[in-house]
Design a protein around this ligand. Structure first.
Ligand code: RP5
Length: 158
């Protein structure tokens, strides 16, 4: 049996309660046939694991990281502080303050440490953005993005 390809996109979520949103990102990556992994790992509850994951992500072959968290959403920023890989942040909307807490926590990064932040609950766009990053050096992903774009014009429901 052929071995599964090593993941090039890492999806991190701050809590299992974020999974219903963040699994939309895995669905898009599967559509683009991009090998990925998904971990529940919290900047606040598992800080040492976040540290280890972020510092070793590049040498393990990961090329883009997507981080989704809600409320005091520090996951994407904590990861971005520890890697040169591009980090895409997904602020998760919770029942409090309409998700503005997570949006501001994710997007308001200091100079030199960017987190490319999508809309509240924007896991689909995070995955599309990750595919666009990989497409810079992967013609197959470029082709799939073109097909995806055409299917949007034809009314694809996401
Ligand atoms: C954040 O707090 C998580 O990302 C989640 O969105 C929110 C609530 O987490 P739980 O208390 O449901 O685990 O850290």
């Amino acid at each position: 049996m052929a071995e599964a390809a090593a993941p090039v996109v890492g999806i991190l979520v701050g809590s299992a309660s974020d999974l219903p949103v963040m699994e939309q990102a895995t669905a898009i990556l599967e559509r683009f046939e991009i090998p990925h992994e998904l971990l529940v790992i919290s900047a606040h509850r598992n800080p040492d694991s976040v540290d280890e994951y972020s510092r070793t992500a590049e040498e393990r072959g990961l090329r883009v990281l997507i981080c989704g968290a809600g409320m005091a959403a520090h996951l994407a920023g904590a990861v971005a502080a520890r890697t040169i890989l591009p980090v895409i942040g997904v602020p998760i909307g919770t029942k409090y303050v309409g998700g503005a807490d997570a949006l501001y926590s994710t997007v308001q990064m200091p100079r030199g440490v960017p987190v490319a932040t999508v809309a509240i609950d924007g896991a689909v766009n995070a995955a599309v953005r990750a595919a666009q990053v990989l497409a810079a050096t992967d013609e197959d992903v470029r082709k799939r993005l073109r097909v995806f774009k055409e299917s949007l014009a034809e009314g694809l429901k996401l």
